[in-house]
Design a protein. Structure first.
Length: 231
């Protein structure tokens, strides 16, 4: 079942790229494996997947320890400052930076661990109260401050779009994030790149690809529904 799901998602990404006139190589699928056992991750790994996304520090580090070292681990969940030290040097990308305080801690830990940490700024495009992320207006000022910190690099933007029945409803959200990234890129800020747009989940990743996503984060579409009752 995992193989069929995985291949279906890959196929849909390819088709969305075609519709949008984009190269398939511009889009990377992140398999969001939170709550799923390492056996399932291994199965997807064996199909060629090398990017996995987790939203809890402990779960990420436990899986990182036992799975092959060529996996790129993506921290996609809200990150507490006191936990940054556990993932410094282990994550390929932190998607969920939404404050200068958190960015400072990441910078300090990167210096301590003698590594560079690439990050994305999480933007709450739709302004949902229940969501983390900075507002569209706060994004540029935050990036200008983070750009001054050592060993941390802004690589782009991330958003979690609202839960909707019809993915078309999220098209304006994805378009807005893309516009924002183009505007920020035009500022040519030292130490800041806008090469990555992390947007789109199981319900809406095809629309996100059409609107310019370079990373899509798909969990349920690959691994099936999550069961939180056992944890
Ligand atoms: C869980 C999660 C996903 C994947 O969600 P699905 O709807 O299962 O694809 C993507 N992004 C973030 C930030 C998540 O927490």
């Amino acid at each position: 079942m995992l193989k069929e799901n995985y291949e279906e998602v890959q196929k849909k990404i390819t088709e969305a790229c075609k519709r949008a006139g984009r190269n398939r190589e511009e889009v990377t699928l992140i398999a969001v494996s939170k709550t799923k056992p390492v056996e399932m991750l291994s199965e997807i790994y064996d199909l060629g997947e090398r990017n996995f996304g987790e939203n809890k520090v402990q779960e990420l580090t436990e899986k990182e320890e036992v799975l092959p070292k060529d996996i790129h681990w993506h921290m996609i969940g809200h990150l507490q400052r006191n936990k940054v030290k556990y993932i410094a040097g282990k994550v390929a990308l932190i998607h969920s930076v939404d404050s200068l305080r958190l960015a400072k801690t990441i910078s300090e830990e990167a210096v301590k661990h003698n590594c560079e940490i690439p990050i994305l700024i999480e933007v709450n495009v739709a302004g949902e109260e229940s969501k983390f992320g900075v507002s569209v207006e706060e994004t540029l000022p935050l990036i200008e401050e983070i750009a001054k910190l050592p060993a941390i690099h802004v690589e782009g933007l991330m958003t979690i779009a609202p839960y909707v029945e019809d993915p078309e409803e999220n098209r304006p959200v994805f378009r807005k994030l893309k516009e924002l990234s183009v505007d920020i890129a035009a500022k040519n800020i030292n130490n800041v790149r806008m090469a990555i747009l992390s947007m789109g989940m199981t319900g809406d990743y095809e629309v996100a690809v059409e609107e310019g996503a370079t990373l899509v984060r798909v969990g349920t579409g690959i691994f099936g529904e999550r069961d939180y009752s056992k944890r």
